[in-house]
Write a protein that binds this ligand. Sequence first.
Ligand code: PBG
Length: 322
Amino acid sequence: MNHRPRRNRKSKAIRNMVQETTLCTADFIYPLFVVDGSKIKQEIPSMPNVFRWSVDLLLNEIEECIQLGINSFVLFPAVDDKLKDQMASYSYHSDNFYLAAISKIKTTFPEICLMSDVAMDPYSSDGHDGLVDNGEIINDKTLPILSKMSIAQAQAGIDIIGPSDMMDGRIGFIREELDKKGYHNTSIMSYTAKYASAFYGPFRDALDSAPKNGDKKTYQMNPSNKKEALIEAELDSLEGADFLMIKPALCYLDVIQLLKNNFELPISAYNVSGEYSMIHAAAKNGWLDYNASFQEALLSIKRAGADVILSYFAKDFAKLNS
Ligand code: PBG
């Protein structure tokens, strides 16, 4: 035998030397949930160890993450039902606690990278990402709402806007409106290939944001489609996105690889709530080793081609690797 591939696996030192993919804490964006009020830390039942925080306690949490080497965060608001309406008008209201939280976090920790969520669902009485009229999601009337939300977040000091709504043309529309207001330096990470997935369930519990009627299949992508991801990526690139995201990550590793091979922009992948909760549930039953399985899942996302990973596992990863 001339070839014995096992020789390159014979010791830890050699295995480490020939390792092709390496994860590091800087690869991650850590998602955080914020609520109005003070002294609040509520665990989300379907997401062990993930909390809804009021901003006072969230600052301590961010400080702890920074100590562990995490410097990038994405923030989602859990909004009281009373503040929700058909137009999601609270999303850009001047007394919005989410916008206040963005300012507070960025003034306390100016060096971190903070990303937002842009979509109507956390603020919409219909629980949809776009404007609902007679049961239909109205694309073009949603765009000005998304851009008002984006401008308000830019004004609050956000580093990266994260449109997660999947309306057509929204990246170009938002980019133009941000630039008109002088926010040329506010980046856009587009949820480019966001699939209509069953794995968002725990997140919708966290925000109480599930659609009141119907599903999201007229705007989020069909899980069977791959070429369509190329169309979305082409449009987002032309419209001025700074990053292209694939979401979820684990069931869509082929799509991550496809976009990585076809586009020059940084590729990000969202390791979503259901992907987090299922590993936790199996580990709790003693069916999987938690530390080994979540790190293997994250490694597969990077190996597929993700430059950036949004993951609820980021803090546990940092604890094990710093
Ligand atoms: C909605 C949004 C969703 C997530 C991020 N932004 C859910 C949805 O589309 O219903 C899901 C994230 C996760 O599951 O972790 N704008």
